[in-house]
Design a protein around this ligand. Structure first.
Ligand code: R5P
Length: 302
């Protein structure tokens, strides 16, 4: 029997529990007067000798959610659960996946090591920025790519589009989605100034004149990557731009930036514990794909 425990208020966990026909266990959650967190598994007996999936997401309030997730793993272990599988659709800190400048930590690796150390037996995530850091978990893991679902949805707005990765790092997810629908694909050469975060693109030959475009990326944070890519593509003759990105953090004025750069639609997966209501955005349900991948993974893991 598999039991799903959700981060309080995170609807993807109840949806997943429904789809896999698992029991859903609630977690009591409070903050002590001094600001420290407290969690408690309601009905601890339910998880005893059971395999448990903890569904949690790490945005917004990354540090608080991370600590809560770690506390939930320990709580479940203390209730004598059998295997504990962490399903973290959005893994915060994963973009710091190497030392870019001397003196930096590899933050994504630190997060994964904490999860393993506290007792998680396996980890499942959605479209992680770079699979490289998953090795830091030092256990069984699965990265589910959903760019094919997002691009499938984007196609309703476009005519024979070209799929564009806004940097080489996004090429694998962009090409996977493009191949699924037999679309052309290409990539841009992006530079990010490491201290200011400023984005620039190096021109290269692209076959985009009078073509519709789907830009495929993992994360939209400030919106600068997509806004700069979109302006450049429109300047070079692209017709219409739709963005398909898995995790829409959309910090600050990101949506305005996207709109004024010429983006006509933003397709996002519902991986976060929040949704923005905005005419640009369509959210796409990815629960079915998670469940299909999860079932295959559980057969191998349990
Ligand atoms: C970076 O390589 C990532 O794949 C995203 O392109 C990036 O994190 C997006 O950030 P922003 O929206 O702030 O440009």
């Amino acid at each position: 029997m598999v039991i799903v425990i959700g981060y309080p208020g995170y609807s993807l966990s109840t949806r997943l529990a429904d789809l896999i026909g698992a029991k859903f266990v609630d977690v009591q959650d409070k903050v002590f007067p001094d600001g420290e967190l407290y969690v408690k598994i309601i009905n601890p007996d339910i998880v005893k000798r059971e395999n448990v999936i903890i569904v949690s997401t790490l945005y917004p309030e990354q540090e608080k959610r991370l600590l809560k997730t770690l506390l939930m793993v320990d709580a479940v272990k203390n209730c004598e659960a059998d295997k504990v599988i962490l399903l973290i659709p959005y893994l915060a800190y994963s973009r710091q996946d190497k030392v870019f400048l001397p003196g930096e930590p590899i933050s994504g690796c630190v997060v994964l090591k904490m999860m393993k150390t506290v007792g998680a037996d396996a980890l499942i995530t959605i479209d992680i920025h770079s699979t490289r850091i998953l090795e830091c978990f030092n256990g069984l893991y699965l990265n589910v790519m959903v760019s094919d679902i997002l691009v499938g949805h984007a196609l309703r707005y476009l005519d024979n589009p070209v799929v564009i990765a806004p940097d080489k790092g996004a090429l694998e997810r962009a090409s996977m989605a493009a191949r699924t629908y037999g679309l052309d694909y290409d990539y841009l050469i992006k530079q990010r100034e490491r201290v200011t975060g400023e984005i620039s693109y190096t021109p290269r030959e692209l076959n985009i004149v009078n073509r519709d475009i789907i830009i495929v990326d993992d994360i939209i944070s400030t919106g600068s990557t997509i806004a700069e890519a979109s302006k450049m593509l429109i300047n070079r003759g692209a017709r219409k731009i739709v963005v398909a990105s898995t995790h829409g953090l959309l910090v600050g004025n990101a949506l305005n930036k996207l709109e004024s750069s010429g983006v006509s639609k933003v397709i996002l997966a519902d991986t976060l514990g929040l949704r923005y209501e905005h005419r640009l955005i369509d959210y796409v349900d990815i629960a079915r794909k998670i469940v299909d991948s999860l079932e295959e993974f559980l057969i191998k893991t349990l």
